[in-house]
Design a protein around this ligand. Structure first.
Ligand code: GLN
Length: 276
């Protein structure tokens, strides 16, 4: 089986290298000897409904509105989700998956209605910087480790009861106010994390892939599946976030510093132990 990965509208929604998420998903399958193809769907193309995985990135307010209206008109993504496709949606992509979104200039748009959430402008300063998230207990045992990313958004997202957050924010703003980040419902994974998020968190790439192909063989210390470089990047980002939390970094986050230091050290250790 060849896994088909649709990269949706990278010409509209592709800030911060989010398109790299599609390449990472495909390559991690190929390294395991599985066929994968990335279909790049530009704004002029019609979106196929039969792909296994859909990747949508972040972007500015105007192209975000255009992407949402095109996806609502075509309904291909809706059909794909009905058929069990996996979706990774980042930032603007996250916002358009919800019921509605209002841009910072007050323009309201209909979302795709695929996630139980709504996005509105924030009265707080734009959320820009490192974000670190401890996955919710439901992900324990799934291979998911602490998640690291970069956020840049002016609007904030409120989840309804039909969507679960990815986890608790340890640094940054996340969905709204520094409490929770992201949204998961069925096989839709939405996040504010750029990075690209799957380059910083290959364990998340493997989790999403496992929803398509089943359990994946664990990574080994040698050979094409050696993850030592992504692991080093992950550890460096977590440590950097700890420094920001302590106040040695460019952005400070008050409180909990002693507890935080212990938690961050543990997160790096847990990852280093290969606790996946
Ligand atoms: N335009 C949206 C906002 O500012 C999303 C930004 C993004 O995707 N980086 O909230």
């Amino acid at each position: 089986m060849s896994v088909s990965i649709a990269l949706v509208y990278p010409d509209l929604l592709g800030t911060y290298g989010d398109s790299g998420n599609a390449a990472i998903l495909a390559q991690r399958l190929r390294w395991r000897g599985q066929d994968a193809e990335v279909l790049t769907i530009s704004a002029a193309d019609s979106v196929p409904a039969g792909c296994d995985l859909y990747v949508i990135g972040g972007g500015e307010d105007l192209p975000q509105g255009l992407a949402a209206s095109k996806l609502n008109a075509g309904q291909a993504l809706h059909r794909a989700v009905d058929n069990g496709a996996v979706v990774l949606a980042v930032c603007a992509g996250f916002q358009i998956m919800g019921e509605s979104f209002v841009s910072p200039d007050g323009h309201a748009s209909a979302g795709l209605g695929l996630l139980d959430c709504a996005t509105v402008p924030s009265s707080a300063p734009r959320a820009i910087g490192e974000v670190l998230v401890e996955p919710s207990p439901q992900w324990h045992g799934s291979g998911l480790s602490v998640l690291t990313g970069f956020e840049n958004h002016g609007a904030v997202t409120e989840l309804g009861p039909g969507a679960q957050p990815v986890g608790q924010v340890r640094l940054g703003v996340g969905n709204k106010d520094g409490t929770v980040e992201g949204a998961v419902a069925g096989r839709i994974w939405a996040t504010y994390m750029h990075g690209p998020v799957l380059a910083r968190n290959p364990h998340l790439a493997d989790l999403l892939l496992s929803w398509v192909v089943g359990p994946l063989e664990p990574l080994g210390p040698a050979g094409p599946l050696d993850d030592s470089e992504p692991d080093a990047l992950h550890a460096e980002r977590v440590e950097r976030a700890a420094a920001e939390r302590r106040g040695d970094g460019p952005r400070t986050w008050a409180g909990k510093s002693a507890r935080w230091r212990g938690w961050a050290a543990g997160a790096v250790r847990r990852r280093g132990d290969g606790a996946r």
